[in-house]
Design a protein around this ligand. Sequence first.
Ligand code: CA
Length: 228
Amino acid sequence: MVFRILLVEDEADLADFVLRGLREEGFAVELAADGPQAWAALKGSAWDLVVLDWWLPGEDGLTVLKRYRAAGGASPVLFLTARDAVGDRVRGLDAGADDYLCKPFAFDELLARIRALLRRRDKTPNLKVSYNDVSIDLAAHRAERAGRPLDLTTKELSLLSFLVRHPGQVLSRTRIYEHVWDETFDGLSNTLEVHVMELRRKLEAHGPRVIHTVRGRGYVLRAPSEEA
Ligand code: CA
């Protein structure tokens, strides 16, 4: 597979050099030359990795990075800082960067860090999902609400993660059934209702109702503050 990398860099010579080098290494690379372009590229496409310069015209890299993470962007980000200042590196990492590299850098070091990030990403798929005060760690088979652990069965966990992945959407019983039970819904079984009831009981021990019944249509996960 070809990895897609977004390179955000405003210095034309450096951008050109890195772009060519990475393409020679077999990566598919696109360039964004300022903050707004970077944001548009991040919003518009999925990237395997982002190389992000700190100092950019329009909007600095740190702001772009914070907004990207706040919007749920999960691609690994390698941050380029101009100075080897501890404060800058810490701010970059705090904002959601996965690694950083200080300018000037050797191309081989950039390449080594990119490869390391891509390897790490492949090993740790994003199995954590959350909505409001409900969060799920699928790898660890754990869920919690408002920081309190929920004792869920495997089916309840699957049901909850399906809902959490589609917040605010009315999910039909057929659709839920096919995803969670991997079976065709026969229209008669009350298995789903029983599981929803049990899941509600466990969730509502730590907060108000979030799984709502939409009569004749299915269920929707909605926070109390988003009540229609
Ligand atoms: Ca720059």
